[in-house]
Ligand binder design. Structure first.
Ligand code: PRX
Length: 636
C-alpha cells in the first residue's frame, strides 16, 4: 500500500487513522519518498496554536522548482507540462514540454536577477492566463523571490493596495488581455496603480494583444528582448522549508485584504499529495483546472500540485461563453481532458444553456469531475453528473480556502462514495471539528456548527503579511487552540461533511470572496451617500449576489435613483473591480441597528432574501420602525 496514492476506501481509513495517530511519521514518510531535498529537516512539525506559530520540515533545504521541473527532465523531459489554449479558438494551442518550461523559467529567473530582484523580494504578477504567468511564478520561486499574483480583473486601486501592502519591487504585466470578444488594457491599469506605488522600480511587459501602450523610460521594459538576451541556465536558490513562497490576497470581513503568506516545503508536499489523490492523476492523463491563477485554486491545482506530480496541465486564457457556450466541451474533446475541475457558478451557467452545446462533443476522455469555491447545489450536481459525467464519472466537491493552501475535505474519486452537496471526508492529515456558539466541540453525529481544524497541516498559511496579530485574531482567537475557517458545516450520521456557507461578513459571489466592509467603504465615497450596508442574497447562477441598502445624505434626494445606482456601481468597479458590483440597490431612510450601533445584517439578509416573515425579536433595536419601511420598499 502506498500512503501517497490511496486506492480503496479501506486504505483511506487506514491512512487517515495513521495520519491522526502519528501525524509526524505520516508526513515525514510522504515527504521523504516523493520529493527531492537538498538537506533533510531537523523536525517534522513544530507548532503552537496558542502562539500561532507553525513550522513544517524545519531545517530542510530545497527548491520547489527542482521538484516541479528539474527532477522530471530525465524521465519526462519531452512530456507536455502545460497546454496553453488561447482565448481565440482559431489561434493554435501551445504544448510546452517540461524541458521547454524549465528553460523558460531559468531565462525569466535570470531576467529578474538582472533587474536586481533577490531572494525575499516581492514580485507582483498582474497577467492574464497566458504561459508567461506560470513561468513568472516559477521564476520567482527559482531565485527565492516571493510572488504576489493579483487577479487581472482587479482595478488599479485594488492592485495598488496589494502592491503597497507587501512593497513589491517589480510588476510583471502585459500590454493587454483577451477575454471573449473584449480586450482589456492591463498596462494602462498598472500605470494608474503605479502612480501611488513608490516601491516599484521596474515593470516587465509581455506583448499579448499588441495594442498601443505607454512605456515609461527606465521603468518599463518589453519582456521578450530581455528573455532572448538571458542565460538559459539558472541554478535554483537553496531555500529553507519555511521561507516564503508566495503571498496571495483574500478578502476579510473588514479592512484591507489579507496577504496570506505561504511557505515552501509544507505547501509543496500538501498540494502535491492532494492533487494526486483528489484527481487520481495517472501518468498520461490531461488535467484541466478552469480557475484563474489569480486565486488559490490556480496556484495549488493548476501550477504547483500538477507540476510536482509531473502532470500535463491545461491553461485556458478565455471565458466559458466564447465564442459560444460549447467552448469548455470543445477544449475537453480537443485535448482529451481526463480531469476537469471548475466552479459551481460556471456549472450553473453552463447548465442553463442548450444541451446541444454539450452533445456535439466527445467527452469520453473524462474520468473525474471536480468542483470548488462555493457549495455545489443539488440541481447543478445532477446536471454535472448526468450531462457531463453521463452518470459514470465521480464528482469531487472539494472544500478549501486561500488560507488552507490545499484541499481539506473532499471525496477521493473511485474510493469515497459521493452524495450531492457533501464534500464528504477529510483528506488524511486533516482533523476537522464542529464547534457550538459556546465554544465547545460538538461530538457525535449528526451535528451542525462552525467548522474548525484542530491540528496543523503542512500547507496552512503561516501569517498575514506584515500583520501577524491580525492572523491570530482572525483565525485563532475565537476557539481555543483551533483554526477557525469562517464557514458553517454539518456532519451527517456517517461522518460526511457538508459546507453550508460563510458565517461571517464575507460573501461568495461567483466563487469570489468579497468582504462587505470594503464594498461599503466604496459606496460611502459617493458624495450623496450617508451610510450603507451590503448583504448577500441567493442568485441562480452566481450562488450569491450583492444587495446594497443605502442611506442618502439628503432625505428626499431628488436625483434620479437609477443614475445614482450606476454611479455607485461605477465607484465600486473603480475601487475594487466589476466582480463587486451590486445587483440590487435599495435607498432607505435608515438601517436596523442594535443599541450599540451595530447594523443588524441578519435582518437585512432576510429582507434581501425576500423572507421577512420571521425576523425574530426586533424590539431591542435602536430603531425598529425602519424595518417596516425597508420591507415595504424592498418589494418595489
Ligand atoms: O466558504 C468556503 C467557500 O470558499 C471559501 C474560500 O474562498 P477562497 O479563499 O477564495 O478559496 C476558494 C477556492 C478554494 C470557503 O471558506 N468554499 C470553497 N470550496 C467550497 C466552498 N463552499 C462550499 N463547498 C466547497 N466545495
Amino acid at each position: 500500500m502506498s500512503q501517497y496514492h490511496i486506492k480503496s476506501l479501506e486504505e483511506y481509513f487506514q491512512v487517515y487513522h495513521k495520519s491522526v495517530r502519528q501525524p509526524e511519521t505520516f508526513w515525514e514518510e510522504i515527504a521523504e519518498e516523493n520529493f527531492v531535498w537538498k538537506k533533510r529537516w531537523d523536525s517534522v512539525l513544530d507548532w503552537n496554536f496558542e502562539k500561532h506559530e507553525i513550522k513544517w520540515f524545519d531545517g530542510a533545504q530545497l527548491n520547489i522548482t527542482e521538484n516541479c521541473l528539474d527532477r522530471h527532465l530525465a524521465t519526462r523531459g519531452n512530456k507536455t507540462a502545460i497546454i496553453f489554449e488561447p482565448n481565440d479558438p482559431s489561434e493554435p494551442s501551445e504544448h510546452i514540454t517540461y524541458r521547454e518550461l524549465h528553460r523558460r523559467v531559468c531565462q525569466f529567473a535570470n531576467v529578474l536577477k538582472d533587474q536586481g530582484i533577490k531572494r525575499g523580494d516581492r514580485v507582483c504578477i498582474y497577467l492574464p492566463m497566458i504561459p508567461q504567468l506560470a513561468v513568472a511564478m516559477l521564476a520567482c520561486a527559482r531565485i527565492g523571490a516571493v510572488h504576489s499574483v493579483v487577479f487581472a480583473g482587479f482595478s488599479a486601486n485594488a492592485l495598488a493596495e496589494r502592491i503597497n501592502d507587501c512593497e513589491c519591487k517589480i510588476v510583471v504585466t502585459s500590454d493587454g488581455s483577451f477575454r471573449g470578444n473584449k480586450t482589456l488594457n492591463l498596462k494602462a491599469i498598472v500605470d494608474e496603480a503605479l502612480e501611488t506605488c513608490p516601491t516599484v522600480a521596474s515593470v516587465l511587459v509581455v506583448k499579448r494583444t499588441k495594442e498601443e501602450v505607454n512605456m515609461k523610460e527606465e521603468r518599463d521594459f518589453w519582456l521578450l528582448p530581455l528573455l532572448d538576451a538571458a542565460y538559459k541556465d539558472c541554478d535554483p536558490e537553496i531555500m529553507g522549508a519555511e521561507d516564503p513562497l508566495f503571498i496571495l490576497y483574500t478578502s476579510g470581513s473588514t479592512g484591507l485584504p489579507k496577504g496570506m503568506l505561504h511557505t515552501t516545503a509544507g505547501y509543496m508536499v500538501y498540494t502535491a499529495y492532494t492533487f494526486k489523490n483528489v484527481f487520481q492523476y495517472q501518468e498520461n492523463d490531461v488535467y484541466w483546472c478552469t480557475a484563474d491563477i489569480g486565486w488559490i485554486t490556480g496556484h495549488s491545482y493548476l501550477i504547483y500540485g500538477p507540476l510536482a506530480n509531473g502532470a500535463t496541465t491545461v491553461m485556458y486564457e478565455g471565458i466559458p461563453s466564447y465564442p459560444d457556450w460549447s467552448r469548455f466541451w470543445h477544449i475537453v474533446e480537443k485535448h482529451k481532458v481526463s480531469q476537469f475541475y471548475t466552479a459551481p457558478t460556471a456549472i450553473r451557467a453552463l447548465a442553463k444553456e442548450n444541451i446541444s452545446f454539450v452533445e456535439e462533443f466527445d467527452l469520453s476522455s473524462l474520468k473525474v469531475l471536480g468542483s470548488v469555491g462555493e457549495p455545489l447545489n443539488e440541481e447543478a450536481w445532477h446536471w454535472y453528473n448526468d450531462i457531463i459525467g453521463k452518470g459514470k464519472r465521480p464528482i469531487v466537491d472539494t472544500w478549501f480556502q486561500t488560507e488552507t493552501g490545499g484541499i481539506m475535505i473532499s471525496p477521493i474519486p473511485f474510493v469515497t462514495p459521493t452524495i450531492p452537496t457533501f464534500a464528504t471526508l477529510p483528506i488524511p492529515g486533516i482533523q476537522p471539528c464542529l464547534m457550538n456558539d459556546e465554544g465547545n466541540e460538538i461530538k457525535g453525529n449528526p451535528a451542525e456548527g462552525r467548522l474548525c481544524i484542530k491540528f496543523p497541516w503542512p500547507s496552512m498559511a503561516r501569517s498575514i503579511w506584515g500583520n501577524h496579530e491580525r492572523f491570530k485574531e482572525t483565525y485563532f482567537s475565537l476557539f481555543e487552540n483551533k483554526y477557525f475557517t469562517g464557514d458553517g458545516a454539518l456532519r451527517d450520521n456517517t461522518g460526511y461533511y457538508r459546507i453550508t456557507g460563510r458565517v461571517d461578513d464575507v460573501i461568495i459571489v461567483s466563487g469570489h470572496n468579497l468582504g462587505t466592509a470594503p464594498i461599503e467603504d466604496a459606496i460611502n465615497e459617493h458624495p450623496a451617500v450617508a451610510e450603507s450596508a451590503v448583504v448577500g442574497f441567493p442568485h441562480e447562477i452566481k450562488g450569491n449576489a450583492l444587495y446594497g441598502f443605502v442611506i442618502l445624505k439628503e432625505t428626499g434626494e431628488t436625483r434620479d435613483h437609477d443614475n445614482l445606482r450606476k454611479e455607485i456601481n461605477q465607484i465600486i468597479t473603480e475601487r475594487i473591480g466589476p466582480i463587486a458590483k451590486l445587483e440590487k440597490i435599495q435607498f432607505t431612510i435608515g438601517l436596523p441597528k442594535t443599541r450599540s450601533g451595530k447594523i443588524m445584517r441578519r435582518i437585512l439578509r432576510k429582507i434581501a432574501n425576500n423572507d421577512s416573515s420571521d425576523l425574530g425579536d426586533i424590539s431591542t433595536l435602536l430603531n425598529p420602525e425602519v424595518v417596516e419601511e425597508i420591507i415595504e420598499h424592498s418589494k418595489v
